[in-house]
Design a protein. Structure first.
Length: 115
């Protein structure tokens, strides 16, 4: 008999579904933006700025980024939980990962809404 010790890692169906849902959103956005860019073929900074000038494009791109970071968070969190045994080091890596992902999201939001 296997005794599994639950350590609060949130393994299970919820995270599996969340990772698949974010992957679907990212795949749909990738197909949409690829089609859009093939149609418009922007070749200058002004053309790229025009592509991302609408509120919908900014929202869709930021949604993609948030899905990417949440998808990455689930994977990296599980990696830290599986392979880093000292609790203090694991907590430090969790906090640093969260800070980096939130910082990147803020940086991308600034870039998108500055365009």
């Amino acid at each position: 008999m296997i005794n599994r010790i639950v350590v609060g890692a949130h393994y299970g169906l919820k995270d599996w579904i969340a990772q698949r849902a974010t992957a679907v959103v990212m795949a749909l956005y990738s197909l949409y933006i690829a089609f859009f860019l093939l149609l418009l073929r922007p070749n200058s900074f002004e053309a790229w700025r025009e592509v991302f000038s609408s509120g919908f494009e900014k929202f869709a791109t930021f949604l993609f980024v948030l899905c990417l970071f949440y998808h990455a968070w689930i994977g990296v969190r599980d990696l830290w939980m599986d392979y880093i045994k000292p609790v203090g080091l694991r907590l430090t890596l969790h906090v640093l990962t969260i800070l980096v992902l939130v910082g990147y999201a803020g940086w991308i939001a600034g870039i998108l809404w500055r365009l």
